[in-house]
Design a protein around this ligand. Structure first.
Ligand code: NAD
Length: 368
């Protein structure tokens, strides 16, 4: 059980629409403090381009240490055209990679749920998508995005060679598979593990290690192995066959975006990144919407805050043992959608278009 004194939340709004959507999250946390005496301690910091503008670095040590000390980090989004030409180490997304790496956030959880009220927003037929509820667990700190050697080097004939290395160890595979199996226990008891064991040795190892963990510790869970390219097809053909999908960093990046788009709008999709438990039993974690900083709509008060609000709900559930309050938020979101309120991105006929802040206020009114 998380002690009340440990309910420290760090808000990192970031760039573009980040500050607009995180503002709505802050309002909800303050509502809980006032009405439910939950006593969250909220801190805020600059990250990404906003941090670069002020400190010439995408994340300062001060903010980084605040992240280490907090129970959960809730991030808006980083990046934007203004920062596209910065040197690699100064780019906004380096802050995310640093946080993921240093907080040892090795498991990224992305639910893809199709809200019944928004079934028409999907490009798939309603019967294929209606009632969809899958969870993608992506390994986040290993694989080809971090493997060494890496770089671009000159070769003969005035040509260049780009190098990235895809590596995984037993421990890296089994700890993320364990997260997937534990989640499946609370859901429909099924895990699909995806790799490319037909063409990659690291894929063969992935398959063997996931299977061996299941055989040892999770005998009652149904485990299916699937090649990642087939999984990409199956997600479009029959997504409801899946419960929990576990996969590596690269395939997870792509498959989770694909699954996200099945549900129609980026503005609705939260995510959680979880770290290992330390010796004091503390798990570090970061929660963020799946979408980016949406520079095309930034500053207009039209962004959809629901993905970030549902990220807060995941934080309450996975980091703060506050399942009841998480459910209260989820229900408030459903209820607002039932009432026909829509931000511009999910607007449809006969619905009422509302701004970012109106959507936040409407969700708060349902908490009451
Ligand atoms: P994006 O997710 O920011 O936007 C894609 C499209 O979806 C845009 O048309 C945008 O207006 C819309 N959209 C996104 N979120 C929305 C919301 N909450 N409400 C309404 N509409 C929304 O992706 P992009 O355009 O590819 O990237 C823009 C910037 O964001 C880039 O700099 C990119 O690097 C960065 N990015 C950051 C993250 C992150 O911080 N985790 C993730 C992805 C992209």
């Amino acid at each position: 059980m998380i002690k009340v004194k440990d309910r420290k939340l760090l808000l990192l709004p970031g760039d573009g629409i980040g500050p607009e959507v995180v503002r709505e999250v802050r309002k909800i946390i303050e509502w809980f403090n006032k009405n439910k005496s939950l006593d969250f301690k909220i801190e805020e910091g600059l990250v990404g381009g906003a941090s670069y503008d002020k400190h010439k670095t995408p994340i300062t040590d001060e903010v980084f240490y605040k992240a280490l000390e907090s129970e959960a980090v809730i991030l808006g989004a980083v990046g934007g055209p203004k920062y596209d030409n910065l040197e690699f180490s100064k780019r906004p997304e380096r802050a995310l990679l640093k946080l993921r790496k240093e907080l040892k956030l090795f498991a990224n959880l992305r639910p893809a749920i199709c809200f019944k009220q928004l079934v028409d927003a999907s490009s798939l037929k309603p019967e294929i998508i209606s009632g969809l509820d899958i969870m993608i667990v992506r390994e986040l700190t290993g694989g080809i995005y971090f493997g060494e050697p890496r770089g671009i080097e000159p070769i003969e004939n005035n040509e260049r060679k780009g190098i990235n290395t895809h590596t995984y160890t037993t421990n890296e595979i089994q700890r993320v598979a364990r997260v997937a199996f534990d989640l499946a226990k609370k859901r429909k008891n099924k895990v699909t593990s995806c790799e490319k064991s037909n063409v990659m040795e690291a894929g063969i190892l992935w398959r063997e290690e996931v299977q061996s963990l299941k055989d040892k510790e999770y005998k009652k869970i149904e485990l299916e192995h699937m090649l990642a390219d087939n999984c990409a097809m199956q997600l479009l053909r029959n997504p409801k066959q899946f419960d929990v999908i576990v996969t590596d960093n690269l395939f997870g990046d792509i498959l989770s975006d694909e699954a996200a788009m099945l549900t129609g709008s980026l503005g609705l999709l939260p995510s959680a990144s979880l770290g290992a438990r330390d010796k004091n039993g503390k798990t570090r974690s970061m929660y963020e919407p799946v979408h980016g900083s949406a520079p095309d709509i930034a500053g207009k008060n039209i962004a959809n805050p629901i993905a970030t609000i549902l990220s807060l709900s995941m934080a309450l559930k996975y980091s703060l043992d506050l399942d009841k309050e998480a459910e209260q938020i989820d229900k408030a979101v459903q209820s607002v959608l039932d009432d026909g309120l829509r931000t511009k991105d999910i607007m449809s006929k006969n619905m009422k278009e509302v701004s970012t802040s109106d959507m936040g206020d409407a969700i708060i009114s349902k908490l009451k």
